[in-house]
Design a protein around this ligand. Structure first.
Ligand SMILES: [Zn+2]
Length: 109
């Protein structure tokens, strides 16, 4: 499962990313673009790096999210973006199960 996060991590540890990240935060006025939170901010790729690596350093492809909105978006990317709520809940469950499997299956529900 780590291969999904790999490309993004390769980008986010570069110095070029650090500079770009600051530009994105400044542009979004240091607030989550979804809920307006001003703490725990992260800069997200709107189109995931694994899908569009050529836009990894494109400021227009970046948005400021708080940790909560960011993890919700990441979960949605694991499934399909346009699901009805009940389908989404099921998809979230599958996502979580997949994640648990990759972390040694210690969590037995
Ligand atoms: Zn938020």
């Amino acid at each position: 499962m780590n291969r999904f996060r790999g490309p993004s991590r390769a980008v986010t540890k570069t110095r070029r990313w650090e500079a770009l990240r600051l530009q994105a935060l400044r542009r979004d006025d240091w607030a989550c673009v979804q809920c307006g939170a001003r703490s725990g901010l992260e800069v997200d790729h709107i189109q995931p790096v694994r899908d569009t690596p050529q836009r990894a350093y494109d400021l227009a492809n970046l948005q400021t999210l708080c940790g909560r909105c960011h993890s919700r978006k990441t979960r949605i990317e694991c499934g399909h973006p346009e699901l009805r709520p009940e389908r989404q809940a099921w998809r979230d469950l599958l996502c979580d199960m997949t994640r648990n499997l990759s972390s040694n299956g210690e969590q037995d529900a």
